[in-house]
Design a protein around this ligand. Structure first.
Ligand code: NAP
Length: 289
């Protein structure tokens, strides 16, 4: 029941209609017995500052930030966490003394998702597909988690080079090696963890896949697709049909939300609770049961 003690959290972005975050946070609040509601707020271009200031004035506990404001919102915060600063993107605002502090929970979310699947990044050789916002953040995460090497493949090779240069410089390690996507055959022989961070294969274009060539998939022991709709992408199918393990990005979505909820409420959410929320997400997205 909403009453005088109910805390408010929410999401700012444009569009926000299809977000799954209310399901994550309102389920957590209900199951944990917290007086908290989570609401999506559509914010028009040019209104980010007034939205953040207004939310603070209204005693909003915390906000998520989605496309297209993850970079823009950084101008309106009193503090920014080091990882978010390095990545250059904030997706979670936490109320502190005089304003909001910005965090990035997307990457810790991916890290927790990988760890829960038993995938360790340290000393791994990684193929990272894409050089957009998500891939850039994954590249930072790989550098900070001490992977051995990342082959960063993108259709526009200039973008791959720019991301590699920035991550190598900021992390002080020459671990990211940029390549053109069409040169995927030049990735050296070996067995790799491949992280698919392009939008290729995303519903409703689920017949598409970033690389068709079977020889490429022979080099992959584990494939992690950031796309989660459809639940099994063609990238995942190809990884599996060449003997690898494959996962979609739904657990990344889950854990970025859980980490935000933990930051807002100063708690840690049990794995059992996380899996209950995961099952709700699966039912909602894939209409199971
Ligand atoms: P973005 O910034 O728009 O980047 C898109 C990337 O996809 C670029 O590298 C782009 O290459 C590549 N691309 C698009 N169409 C292509 C095509 N036809 N052929 C080859 N490459 C193509 O998007 P983003 O924010 O990084 O998101 C990427 C994906 O990750 C999306 O599907 C998103 O839903 C998913 N994601 C999932 C989560 C999660 O929680 N699971 C979180 C964030 C993102 P060019 O640079 O050459 O254009």
């Amino acid at each position: 029941m909403i009453d005088g003690n109910t805390k408010v959290c929410g999401l700012i972005g444009n569009p926000v209609e299809h977000t799954l975050s209310p399901l994550i946070h309102n389920t957590l609040a209900k199951r944990l017995g917290h007086h908290l509601v989570y609401v999506p707020f559509l914010v028009e271009d040019g209104a980010v500052k007034s939205a953040v200031d207004g939310a603070f004035a209204l005693n909003v506990l915390g906000l998520n930030v989605t496309v297209p404001y993850k970079g823009k919102v950084m101008e309106n915060l009193v503090q920014i966490d080091d990882l978010a600063e390095q990545i250059g993107a904030v997706n979670t605002l936490v109320r502190c003394g005089s304003g909001f502090k910005g965090y990035n929970t997307d990457m810790p979310g991916l890290c927790r998702a990988l760890t829960r699947e038993g995938i360790m990044l340290k000393e791994q050789e990684v193929i990272l597909l894409g050089a957009g916002g998500a891939a850039r953040a994954v590249a930072f995460m790989c550098a900070s988690q001490k992977v051995k090497k990342v082959y960063l493949l993108n259709r526009s090779v200039d973008k791959a080079k720019a991301v590699a240069e920035e991550v190598n410089r900021k992390s002080g390690r020459e671990c990211i090696c940029p390549m053109a996507l069409k040169d995927h055959g030049k990735v050296p022989d070996g067995k790799f963890l491949a992280i698919q961070a392009t939008s290729v294969g995303l519903y409703p274009n689920e017949k598409d896949v970033i690389i068709e060539d079977g020889a490429f998939y022979e080099k992959i022991h584990t494939g992690y697709d950031l796309v989660y709709k459809p639940g099994t992408t063609r990238f995942m199918e190809l990884v599996k049909s060449h003997g690898g393990e494959a996962y979609n990005g739904l657990k990344m979505l889950l854990y970025q939300g859980i980490i935000a909820y933990e930051l807002w409420n100063g708690i840690s959410v049990s794995e059992e609770m996380a899996l209950q929320v995961y099952e709700m997400l699966e039912r909602e997205i894939y209409h199971e049961g």
